[in-house]
Design a protein around this ligand. Structure first.
Ligand SMILES: [Zn+2]
Length: 380
């Protein structure tokens, strides 16, 4: 399983200046190579290297590895663009957007991500520093922050290149870790997880992870967004972007915490985890109008992803189940009725009288489907 670990760098002012000069140089070089590729219609790595390698080394002060990464970055970007053009993601043939994409070379922002391989970047986990190639020479002992968990993962499983990124005034290294899957233990039942808005996640064990904090932040940001959007100035747009990222970071932190707690609960009880299959979530939530704006369906998908990979790391079984009627069906007798839900929070079965928090009842239905689905796929 591939896992991305992002750590924040804490460079000294001198180191930061060197990183900034480096990122600017590689991205200026990439923009130059992209223009060359565009005008000569040369998009293959091998061919482009013949045309550009020496020039970018000499003109932008790049080391051999950096020059190669720049060329690869450009060919990758064009490969993506061409695939998008082919698949019709850049507008219909003849549309202004598509014509513009065809007519203009790709441009790289000065802070765009740049890959560094092990020859250009080495990690010292014990000291929490990296040594990194820059256009101003090798910068040693650039400090970074990472959690204990991240450090262990990096030390054991980091593989290949890491991306250097400058974002919102901060420096990051994004490392890829290749984690071997633990053998999955045969589960003793399933922990069902119901995803929602008031409660971001509720387990069949009765644990509710409230969305209060996240929803409050989202609400605040929405108000601010409305005001900023009306302004239309460059600085307003920049601030808007920053806000959006901040909100995404906040949501990701919460999702990480919830995922961790859920997997811990499953590990402790020897259960597998049953998740809703989220394919249809967009259609489903469209029905709940007042809450619609609060929802970011990507956040559900992210939480689902976090749970799945933390479970895989812990050797916990994961199954995906059809979420249809999990909120209306009685987890005690199976009776399905809209009237079983007198209000958002309450489940009260009109047939057998079973009462439970609505989200817990839904989670119990998901858990039961998890058991069935596991049995079906492991019958042999
Ligand atoms: Zn019932």
């Amino acid at each position: 399983m591939k896992l991305v670990v992002q750590v924040r760098l804490l460079p000294t002012p001198e180191q930061a200046a060197a990183l900034e000069a480096t990122l600017r140089a590689v991205n200026d070089a990439a923009t130059w190579v992209a223009a060359l590729a565009h005008h000569r219609r040369v998009f293959r790595n091998y061919d482009l290297r013949k045309h550009a390698y020496r020039q970018i080394k000499d003109n932008y002060g790049l080391a051999a590895q950096a020059a190669q990464h720049v060329i690869k970055k450009v060919t990758d970007a064009y490969a993506t663009l061409h695939a998008n053009l082919r698949n019709g993601n850049v507008g219909r043939p003849g549309s202004a957007r598509r014509e513009r994409a065809l007519a203009t070379p790709i441009v790289f922002r000065p802070g765009a991500a740049q890959p560094f391989d092990d020859r250009c970047l080495s990690w010292r986990m014990d000291a929490r520093t990296v040594s990194i190639w820059t256009t101003r020479g090798r910068m040693k002992s650039v400090a970074f922050t990472a959690s204990a968990d991240q450090l262990t993962t990096l030390a054991a499983y980091r593989k290949g290149e890491s991306d250097l990124v400058y974002r919102d005034g901060r420096w990051f290294l994004i490392a890829t870790c290749d984690i071997p899957d633990r053998p999955v233990a045969a589960p003793d039942g399933f922990l069902g997880v119901d995803l929602g808005i008031a409660n971001l996640a509720t387990t069949s064990g009765g644990v509710r992870h409230s969305g209060k904090g996240l929803n409050a932040v989202r609400h605040r940001h929405r108000e601010l967004r409305r005001r900023l959007q009306a302004k239309q100035t460059t600085s307003a747009k920049r601030l808007l972007k920053k806000r959006r990222r901040k909100e995404a970071r906040f949501a990701a932190n919460i999702n990480h915490t919830i995922a961790k707690r859920i997997v811990t609960e499953a590990t402790r009880t020897g259960q597998g985890v049953a998740l809703e299959d989220l394919q249809g979530i967009r259609d489903r939530v469209r029905l709940r109008k007042p809450q619609r704006v609060t929802l970011h369906s990507w956040s559900f998908h992210q939480l689902g992803r976090f749970i799945a990979y933390k479970a895989a790391r812990a050797g916990v079984a994961v199954v995906y189940v059809d979420p249809a009627y999990t909120s209306r069906g009685c987890s005690a007798c199976g009776h399905v009725d809209k009237k079983n839900r007198p209000d958002r929070e309450t489940f009260l079965c009109t047939s057998c009288g079973f009462a439970e928090h609505a989200d817990v009842n839904a989670a119990r239905n998901i858990a039961a489907r998890g058991v069935t689905s596991w049995a079906a796929s492991h019958a042999a």
